[in-house]
Design a protein around this ligand. Structure first.
Ligand SMILES: Nc1ncnc2c1ncn2[C@@H]1O[C@H](COP(=O)(O)OP(=O)(O)O)[C@@H](O)[C@H]1O
Ligand SMILES: [Mg+2]
Length: 269
């Protein structure tokens, strides 16, 4: 994995280790042994790996919610110790407030930051426009489909104009067709918003379709990064790219790594 100095990098992760203390056990459980990687300006980097390899633990650490045992994380050059204002996070579950309108849900972080009402409504509307939901601003979350709720979730993460977007399996609970629509939608939003980001998924085709680079995590416990694959396709990428042989070759290469058992990949961090 090529890493540079943390200067001017939106995200820099260095020899990060994550352990959990389990009640009744003396030795902590090592979820992530040691990972190092960068997200460069304007890049969308995907992280794939088998279930339980530590993807959400990684998200937790970068978002400042999970303490880490070793190494360091920098978001826009600042060492992460608590949630960073430069980071917008999108989780698998939208977790919208059911008693607030779509507009109010998008604006919630601005309300907390005491941004005046007029300004926060304008900024929230601009985000709703970007995700194609202007006409739904006064609706309530239960009136939206799963895909629309995830669009609101995305708008909410973008409204404070964070430098970096961190997405943890944002489309995993959507049906296959809606998931593909959202992948295409995110591709467009990505080109408009001009952010840097980290996209976590267990779906290899989703990673190859969306990302500039795909990092492959080994199985757990004590996971490490075992491959880095550059994705050469120009944006905007159309969904039918997924049916091209070059696309499939990259998916197959990554799949060969993802399916390896932990004891088949060695211990080189
Ligand atoms: N709070 C926790 N306490 C103890 N073990 C945990 C905790 N969170 C995650 N783990 C363990 O760490 C490993 C990685 O989990 P996770 O980061 O959720 O993986 P992924 O998102 O890749 O499926 C798993 O073995 C999981 O059981
Ligand atoms: Mg997870």
């Amino acid at each position: 994995m090529t890493v540079s100095t943390v200067e001017d990098l939106p995200v820099a992760v260095r020899r990060l280790g994550i352990k959990y203390h389990i009640k009744g056990q003396i030795e902590p459980f090592v979820a992530v042994k040691s990972v190092s990687f960068d997200v460069r300006k304007g890049e969308l980097v995907a992280v794939v790996g088998p279930s339980g390899c530590g993807k959400s633990s990684l998200v937790g650490a970068i978002s400042g919610l999970v303490p880490y045992a070793a190494g360091s994380i920098y978001v826009t050059r600042e060492r992460v110790k608590s949630p960073s204002p430069h980071l917008g996070v999108v989780f698998q579950r939208a977790l919208l407030l059911p008693w607030k309108s779509v507009l109010e849900n998008v604006a919630i972080s601005l309300t907390i930051a005491r941004v005046p009402k007029r300004e926060r409504e304008e900024r929230a509307m601009a985000m709703l426009k970007m995700v194609g939901l202007v006409d739904f601003a006064s609706r309530y979350p239960h009136e939206l489909s799963g895909g629309m709720q995830q669009r609101v979730n995305l708008a909410r993460a973008l409204v404070r104009d964070p430098d970096v977007l961190l997405l943890d399996e944002p489309f995993a609970s959507l049906d296959a067709q809606t998931r593909e629509e959202m992948q295409e939608e995110l591709m467009k939003i990505w080109m408009l918003a001009g952010k840097s980001g980290l996209f976590i998924t267990h779906q290899i085709d989703e990673a190859v379709y969306l990302a500039d680079r795909v990092l492959v995590m080994s199985a757990g416990p004590a996971s490490i990064l075992i491959d880095e694959v550059k994705i050469p396709f120009e944006r905007p990428r159309k969904l039918h790219l997924k049916r091209e042989p070059e696309f499939q070759e990259l998916v197959d290469r990554i799949w060969e790594k993802v399916r390896l058992k932990r004891d088949e990949v060695g211990d080189e961090a």
